[in-house]
Each structure stands twice: as structure tokens, then as C-alpha cells.
Design a protein around this ligand. Structure first.
Ligand SMILES: Cc1cc2nc3c(=O)[nH]c(=O)nc-3n(C[C@H](O)[C@H](O)[C@H](O)COP(=O)(O)OP(=O)(O)OC[C@H]3O[C@@H](n4cnc5c(N)ncnc54)[C@H](O)[C@@H]3O)c2cc1C
Ligand code: SF4
Length: 407
């Protein structure tokens, strides 16, 4: 029997351009899998008819509506946390990096997520960690990976600016596991895990400006001199320095590179999917621990991408996350110095501005006839009232852009 209601709910999100590609719906029905669509984004597809009954189908559709980040995202309020208007709940805030120099160098910013992943599995604190890495057969593609050792954590280090659906991974809800995922994946997994009751996996997340199309990676590698029929040995988007270069190496030993600033700014960033442009949470609020770049900035507060030793902004969001960070520091895995959370907001102009003006974008999209997810508890009205002119300008700009795109 087909899972009609669940399919209709998923289609509503996908057709409305609100799917983030997180993959959480695959946890509800194993007959739903994630595939790249024609535009190069990861989207749910039914691979074979579902075995669920009418009653089960209704229950699955209900669950979907409460976990899918294309339908709803709720601001969490973990016990003991203090909420920052743009950086979310926090119990501890640091600038941090991996004590292991190799991990720090290979990591995206300070290598803290890689260091934590390696430590959690080596110490037996997590049976495995689910992360994302290059597909061994075709490194142009990004796949979810199961990390069982420090070396495997190191192999999965670095941000990958391409679609991957971590919340779809087998074992992503296993309480014995830890998961590293984008904020939308953290939110969906948290909702799913808490709806099921009992213990939850440890959820690590990172600051995220959105998922670009796979086509952007393919086109970028091609424009650098390695067209699609050239076999690649490796592809990294950054890391190996901070921020480090976009680097692809062919199996013939040739290497092509482009700076982070240019690869993200000109090629990858402009192809970010629509759902990410109206995202309320780019800072991983639903995680136990989240990390971002603790950028150095110019006089106007904009990040400067001068190569240096990586430094992460690290936020413990739950008592469990605080305990993990403290013990990782005590064990000599992380080096961490407490900082004021405002110092992090100050070096993350994109995340700050995006949330402060999001209400304007949502209103603009609505005026142009586009639906948005429901966002609960993020204080968007208060933030917009703090910047009324920007909110109005954003609303007008979004309405015009969406109308232009729909013609
Ligand atoms: C799509 C995307 C957008 C980003 N936008 C921002 C931003 O706006 N501001 C900012 O400060 N930083 C951004 N980052 C970078 C991110 O914040 C850094 O990875 C973070 O600082 C953690 O650094 P680290 O050195 O601890 O990470 P690492 O030690 O390098 O570990 C990175 C971890 O993330 C996992 N991972 C990598 N790519 C993905 C992916 N696409 N989906 C799921 N898991 C993945 C890896 O498996 C690894 O476990 C973005 C990263 C991505 C992938
Ligand atoms: S946002 Fe996630 S849960 Fe919702 S339809 Fe897309 S992949 Fe499925």
C-alpha cells in the first residue's frame, strides 16, 4: 500500500521549495530515500511502495509535520541555558581549537568537531559518529560517513559545501551514537529523537550559511581544468589551513585550487537553495555543541580571510554538551578560552543580519505568494523591530526577487 498522506506532506514541502534536504523523512519510512534532483539538490523520493497501513500512514504524516524543518522549526530552551537573540541558547562559550596540530590544520576552522568525533569514538563515549565526507568512488560527491576512529574522523574533516543528507543515515537516531549535522539536521533529529522518548544521540552541529547545488561543485572543478570525465582522487572545499583552499586532485596527480573567498563567494554560495535563504537557524540551536568560524574581522566587522591557524567559536547548548566540552578540555583534546557570546555574534555578520531581517524576508516571500516554514520562539518580530528600515527593505527586495523568479 502506498503511503499517501506522508507522500502528500513531503510533496507539499518539496514543491513549495522548503525542503532543506536533511533526510529526516527517510527515518520515518525506509522506502523514502534521498536523491539529487535536476537542480543538484538532495530531495526525498519514494524508492518502492510503503508497507504501512492507513493508520500508520496517518501517524507518520503527523510525525513528519512535527519534525520536518520545511514545516516547522522550534527554538529550544535547554535547562540552565541563556538565550542570545542571534546566537541561540548557551551554557558555555569559547574560542577553541584542537590540541592536536594535525587535526587543527586539517579542520575547517579549529578542527574542534573532528577532535571531538575522534575522541568520542576512541574513548568509547560513542559507538560511532556520523559525519559527512567525500564519496570514495567519486570525491565530487558528498556522502554521510560512519566514523569509528581518529583517522576516520580526520578523513571526514572539513566543511563540504554540497548536498548530503546526514539525518537520513542509518543509526543517526541511535542513542549510542553521535551525529555531526547541519542546523536543519540537528533540529529534525532532535525532534524525532525526543518524540520517540528515551535516550538521544549526542548532536554536534556547526554554523551554516546554506547548502549549494551539486552542480556548482561540478562546474567549479570543470572550470579549473578537471571536467566531469576526469577521475578525482580527492576534493576538499577548505581546511588544510584556515580557511584553506578549494582543492581537487586528479588520479593522475594534477591539482587544481581556488581560494575559499572566491570558491564560496563566486561559485558555491550563489547557488544556495531557497530553503536556506529563509532559514531561521544557521547556528545549530538544537545541537548539544555547535561550532563556527571565529573569524578575524576588518574595521567594519567583516571577516578577513587571511590564512592562519584555525580558531573555532564553540558553544555548549545543553548540560550534556557542556559536560562533553569540559571533559574534552580536561583530557587535553581541545584548547578552549571562554569568550563573551557577543564576541561571536560580532564576527558572524551574515548569521546576525540574516536573523535580524528574516521576518522581512518571510513577509516579502508571502507577499509574492510563497509559503515559509513556521518558526516558533526565535523572537523574529522583536529582532525586526530593532532594525525596522532593514526589515522593510528586505521585505520589498524579497518580494521583487521572488516575483521575478516565478515569471
Ligand atoms: C554548508 C556549510 C555552510 C557553512 N556556513 C558557515 C557559516 O555561515 N559561518 C561559519 O562560521 N561557518 C560555516 N561553515 C563552516 C562550519 O562552521 C565549520 O565547519 C565549523 O567552524 C566547524 O569547524 P571545525 O574546524 O570544528 O570543523 P571540522 O573539524 O572540519 O569538522 C567538520 C565536520 O562537519 C561535517 N560536515 C562537513 N560538511 C558537512 C555537510 N555539508 N553536512 C553535514 N556535515 C558536514 C564533517 O563530517 C566534520 O565532522 C559552514 C559549513 C558548511 C558545511
Ligand atoms: S526538509 Fe528534510 S524532512 Fe523535510 S522533506 Fe526535506 S528531507 Fe524530508
Amino acid at each position: 500500500m502506498t503511503s499517501r498522506r506522508l507522500d502528500r506532506e513531503i510533496a507539499r514541502v518539496v514543491d513549495g521549495g522548503l525542503c532543506s534536504g536533511c533526510g529526516a523523512c527517510c527515518q520515518l519510512d525506509p522506502a523514502v530515500t534521498m536523491e539529487l534532483d535536476g537542480e543538484g539538490y538532495s530531495r526525498p523520493c519514494r524508492s518502492h511502495p510503503s508497507a504501512s497501513t492507513e493508520r500508520e500512514d496517518r501517524a507518520l504524516a503527523r510525525q513528519f509535520r512535527s519534525v520536518c524543518p520545511g514545516v516547522v522549526v522550534r527554538a529550544p530552551a535547554p535547562p540552565g541555558s541563556v538565550r542570545h537573540p542571534t546566537m541561540g541558547p548557551a551554557l558555555g562559550v569559547w574560542e577553541a581549537w584542537a590540541a592536536d596540530e594535525d587535526i587543527r590544520h586539517r579542520g575547517s576552522s579549529g578542527g574542534v568537531l573532528t577532535a571531538l568525533a575522534g575522541w568520542l569514538v576512541e574513548e568509547g563515549e560513542a559507538a560511532y559518529v556520523i559525519g559527512a565526507g567525500a564519496d570514495a568512488d567519486d570525491p565530487r560527491r558528498t556522502v554521510s560517513v560512519r566514523i569509528m576512529s581518529r583517522d576516520e574522523a580526520l578523513a571526514a574533516s572539513g566543511s563540504r559545501y554540497a548536498p548530503v543528507s546526514t539525518a537520513a543515515a542509518v543509526g543517526a537516531l541511535d542513542p549510542a551514537a553521535a551525529v555531526v549535522g547541519k542546523p536543519c539536521e540537528a533540529s529534525a533529529l532532535r525532534s524525532l529523537a525526543s518524540a520517540r522518548g528515551g535516550a538521544e544521540p549526542l548532536i554536534l552541529s556547526f554554523f551554516c550559511a546554506g547548502t549549494p547545488s551539486q552542480h556548482a561543485t561540478d562546474a567549479l572543478v570543470g572550470s579549473l581544468g578537471a571536467p566531469v570525465d576526469t577521475r578525482l582522487e580527492s576534493l576538499r572545499y577548505r581546511g588544510n589551513g584556515w580557511p584553506g583552499d578549494f582543492t581537487a586532485r586528479t588520479t593522475r596527480g594534477e591539482q587544481v585550487t581556488m581560494s575559499y573567498d572566491e570558491s564560496w563567494g563566486r561559485h558555491l554560495g550563489p547557488t544556495v537553495q531557497w530553503r536556506c535563504k529563509v532559514c531561521v537557524d544557521g547556528v545549530g540551536e538544537s545541537s548539544d555543541v555547535s561550532a563556527g568560524d571565529f573569524w578575524r574581522t576588518d574595521a567594519r566587522g567583516y571577516p578577513v580571510f587571511v590564512e592562519g591557524a584555525g580558531v573555532s567559536a564553540l558553544i555548549a547548548r545543553t548540560p550534556r554538551g557542556l559536560d562533553v566540552v569540559r571533559r574534552a578540555v580536561e583530557a587535553g583534546v581541545l584548547v578552549a578560552r571562554p569568550v563573551d557570546i557577543d564576541a561571536i555574534a560580532a564576527v558572524q555578520p551574515l548569521q546576525r543580519t540574516r536573523r535580524e531581517t528574516l521576518l522581512g524576508r518571510l513577509v516579502g516571500a508571502a507577499l509574492a505568494g510563497r509559503r515559509s516554514p513556521r518558526y516558533r520562539g526565535f523572537g523574529l518580530l522583536g529582532l525586526a523591530l530593532g532594525r525596522p528600515r532593514d526589515a522593510i527593505r528586505t521585505a520589498r527586495g524579497t518580494r521583487a526577487r521572488v516575483r521575478r523568479l516565478s515569471r
